[in-house]
Design a protein around this ligand. Structure first.
Ligand SMILES: [Zn+2]
Length: 237
């Protein structure tokens, strides 16, 4: 893959590996977490319920997944080592994926959402790629996948918005394109979630960007092929 942001890659900070496909079976074992440290503490305490609705067990620590680089918006590399967990009752294993990255995607959620927002405003993939300093093929791939998933993600984002903001109107706004509708609906769900759950201050815990919250709410499904109707998005509790 050509990469015209080569100035961020050197011996000490090698270029990220090529993006790889991921199967739905693998995907269902991924858990998107806003605060990996707080999640790790819960897992260590045995206070993290198994995400399988048929299991009453709790997830315990089970090492880490491999370390990989995430290319940051504006340059630089974030090295990511997701923790793993295994249910002590059903033995199913999971990887806790911090919401700042998409699994097996080279670029951060900040970069991807910025590209989607620009496309929702009518920009094509080539100018977006130029602005981000990325190959056009990379941005085109994100846009194709996000457009294919736009309707299901918009619908689920609207459900989340109504779930977390009981005073919210139930209507589902439509914009010029399904992608624009999806970006708007995810933004509205994120704003509703922030109003209800977000208490970031310099002393109360980590701060999160709206794009990270958006990835939490959409369960990381944004760039996955053939999102199933049974896909788990964010749920209260
Ligand atoms: Zn279990």
């Amino acid at each position: 893959m050509n990469d015209d942001r080569g100035e961020s890659c050197n011996t000490n900070s090698p270029c990220p590996t090529a993006e790889q496909a991921i199967t739905l079976q693998e995907w269902t074992s991924l858990l998107f977490v806003l605060d990996p440290e707080a999640t790790a503490e819960r897992v260590t305490r045995g206070d993290y319920p198994c995400p399988d609705s048929d299991c009453s067990g709790h997830v315990g620590p089970w090492g880490t997944a491999r370390t990989r680089p995430v290319r940051l918006l504006g340059g630089g590399i974030d090295w990511l080592t997701p923790r793993r967990g295994r249910c002590r009752h059903c033995d199913r294993s999971h990887v806790f994926v911090p919401v700042r990255a998409f699994p097996r995607r080279t670029d951060s959620v900040e970069t991807v959402w910025k590209a989607l927002a620009a496309a929702a405003h009518g920009q094509g993939h080539r100018p977006i790629a130029h602005q981000l300093g990325l190959p056009p093929s990379t941005v085109r791939g994100w846009l194709r996948r996000a457009r294919a998933n736009a309707e299901i993600i918009a619908n689920r984002a609207n459900i989340i918005r109504i779930d977390v903001d009981l005073s919210a109107a139930a209507s589902h706004q439509r914009f010029d394109t399904p992608l624009a509708t999806m970006v708007h609906m995810v933004g509205a769900a994120t704003a509703a979630w922030k109003r209800r759950f977000w208490f970031p201050t310099p002393t109360s815990g980590p701060d999160y960007t709206p794009r990270q919250v958006a990835s939490l709410l959409t369960g990381g499904w944004l760039l996955i092929a053939n999102v199933p109707a049974s896909a788990q998005f964010w749920r209260p509790g």
